[in-house]
Design a protein around this ligand. Structure first.
Ligand code: C2E
Ligand code: MG
Ligand code: MG
Ligand code: MG
Length: 279
């Protein structure tokens, strides 16, 4: 399984043995056709209220099943798609898939996508076509210098006036200028899972998470903790005042139909119960 036919008919050895950039170029070429060949699909990870583990939305997470290499993780191929520009078309496809689901979705948008001159029009057109309420869409952006510009901030502002919510993903790990936080139109801070992993019941372990939650409160933003894996983490986050969470404790990324069922069950029970179990 260490060989594959290269795009030019040559045989390429195990990627770990080849130059990374040469391999990136091959993947980039393959990625250009991946969408048309049906190799991409989207999984959805429920986002729940910490108080009662009720699903409120689900994050769309892109998957690529490469025909010869098998699954390629998004952390590997998204940066390649950003460099080639393929992310514009792929990202819009993810958005259309997400908007077609019967539950609110949170969609990752890359900086490159946000710099497309037609981004506002394209996103609103998808919502119009699918008949979705903009209030059922959250856009997740990562902190980076490239979104800290007037054009991108203007686009985000316009999207937000339509009712779309903006989340900062992996908060605390990126470009992180606090000044930028007051300039950017934002509704939600997603606490990076590296901080959640540090929670161990001690003040030291909770320091960064607590600071983010206090900051969010002061700016009247909602907090969503990422990568919750244990009931102890969920309990500690809740006692620190975090609003919502996602992670393997509740559900891993799942096919849309499975997630739709959890929303139906939650609504039918009309309840404040415990989907998947929480604190
Ligand atoms: P992200 O947006 O921060 O997504 C959360 C990542 O954490 C996902 O990895 C998810 O599967 C993983 N995760 C969820 N719960 C847990 C947990 O309890 N423990 C651990 N260890 N991990 C958990 P995934 O699906 O591999 O995606 C990686 C990154 O790829 C995403 O990070 C996002 O930055 C990017 N990505 C995925 N789909 C898209 C997309 O459609 N567009 C763009 N631009 N980026 C995407
Ligand atoms: Mg995300
Ligand atoms: Mg994240
Ligand atoms: Mg990430």
């Amino acid at each position: 399984h260490s060989k594959r036919a290269g795009s030019h008919g040559c045989v390429v050895h195990d990627p770990s043995l080849t130059d990374r950039r040469a391999d990136d170029a091959l993947l980039s070429e393959d990625l250009d056709h991946a969408l048309d060949r049906g190799e991409l699909h989207v999984l959805y990870q429920p986002i729940v209220t910490l108080a009662d583990a009720r699903p409120v939305a689900a994050e769309a997470l892109l998957r690529w099943q490469h025909p010869t290499r098998g699954p390629i993780p998004p952390d590997r191929f998204i940066p390649i798609a950003e460099r080639s520009g393929a992310i514009a078309r792929i990202g819009l496809w993810v958005l259309a898939e997400a908007a077609a689901q019967p539950f609110p979705t949170s969609v990752n948008i890359s900086p490159r996508q946000l710099r497309e001159p037609t981004v506002v029009h394209d996103i609103l057109a998808v919502l119009h076509r699918t008949g979705r309420d903009p209030r059922d869409l959250i856009l997740e952006i990562t902190e980076s210098a490239s979104v800290d510009g007037e054009t991108v901030i203007g686009a985000l502002r316009t999207l937000r006036t339509h009712g779309i919510r903006i989340a900062i993903d992996d908060f605390g790990t990126g470009y992180s200028s606090l000044q930028y936080l007051t300039r950017l139109p934002v509704d939600i801070l997603k606490i990076d899972r590296s901080f959640v992993a540090e929670l161990n019941g001690t003040p030291g372990g909770a320091a960064v998470t607590e600071a983010i939650i206090h900051l969010a409160r002061a700016l009247t933003l909602t907090t969503v903790a990422e990568g919750i894996e244990t009931p102890a983490q969920a309990a500690e986050l809740q006692s620190l005042g975090c609003d919502k969470g996602q992670g393997y404790l509740y559900a891993e990324p799942l096919p849309a139909a499975d997630v739709a069922r959890t929303f139906v069950a939650s609504a039918a029970e009309g309840r404040t119960g415990n989907v998947g179990g929480s604190a």
